[in-house]
Design a protein around this ligand. Structure first.
Ligand code: PGA
Length: 249
């Protein structure tokens, strides 16, 4: 048994409304999960989620942050503001941001460092595209993404955050990586971390993300290097998210 406690995070992406969120929070509070849980709504709903989770062990997180400190950066949000709003966590470098908003490996590393500096725990996303996997480049791509994070953050810091392996071809497609495919990459990520700091590698949570559902969560979470999940689509329904959390215990 590993010493790592399972962590399951909900990534609502650009979904929700005050009314829908209130219903979700009500359903979630009816049957609180026993694993460590994070809920990441859009920025504008952070306070609502923080209030809705009050008194539970679940924590709120943001889906992005600025790599800058406060000042004239229109449209950006600092780590400190997110902490002020009650967030404890932040997703960094999601593949949707990498692909649609041009976030490169170095910016993702800088954002992870900024999160730590501002008092947030980053969930840093890595993962290959289908073309990269088919070209046999998965390990190389993920290693480069990880190295960029390690260029900005010490391995010991990552213990306070998490790395999410999210193969791009599995996100929102219903095409989950097999437990073996996911485990193989998770083990490679941990080995690469171990080259820098064996103790930190052993203690850092590695989450899997990409079409995790109540029906496939348990066998993914049973893999020795999979320490939980980052859940998109299935996290929008409180009962499904709770069922995935239940599979993580
Ligand atoms: P999905 O998304 O569960 O809808 O595939 C996961 C993610 O993008 O974090």
């Amino acid at each position: 048994m590993s010493m790592r406690r399972k962590l399951v995070a909900a990534n609502w992406k650009m979904n929700g409304s005050r009314a829908e969120n209130a219903r979700w929070l009500h359903g979630f509070r009816d049957a609180l999960p026993a694993c460590e849980t994070v809920v990441c709504p859009p920025f504008v709903y952070l306070s609502q989620v923080v209030e809705g989770l009050a008194g539970t062990a679940a924590e709120a997180g943001a889906q992005n942050l600025s790599d800058r400190t406060a000042g004239a950066w229109t449209g950006e949000v600092t780590a400190e503001m997110l902490v002020d709003a009650g967030a404890k966590w932040v997703i960094v470098g999601h593949s949707e941001r990498r692909a649609a908003y041009g976030e490169g490996d170095d910016l993702v590393g800088a954002k992870a460092a900024r999160a730590f500096a501002g008092g947030l725990r980053p969930i840093v996303c890595v993962g290959e595209t289908l073309a990269q996997r088919e070209a046999g480049r998965t390990q190389e791509v993920v290693a480069a993404q990880l190295d960029a994070v390690l260029a900005h953050c010490a391995p010991a810091q990552l213990v306070g955050g998490a790395i999410a392996y999210e193969p791009v071809w599995a996100i929102g497609t219903g095409r989950t990586a097999t437990p073996e495919q996911a485990q193989e990459v998770h083990a490679a990520i941990r080995a690469r971390l171990a080259e820098r700091d064996a103790g930190a590698a052993e203690a850092t949570r590695l989450l899997y993300g990409g079409s995790v559902k109540p029906g496939n969560a348990a066998e993914l979470f049973r893999q020795s290097d999979i320490d939980g999940g980052l859940i998109g689509g299935a996290s929008l329904v409180a009962a499904d998210f709770l069922a995935i959390c239940a599979a993580a215990i």
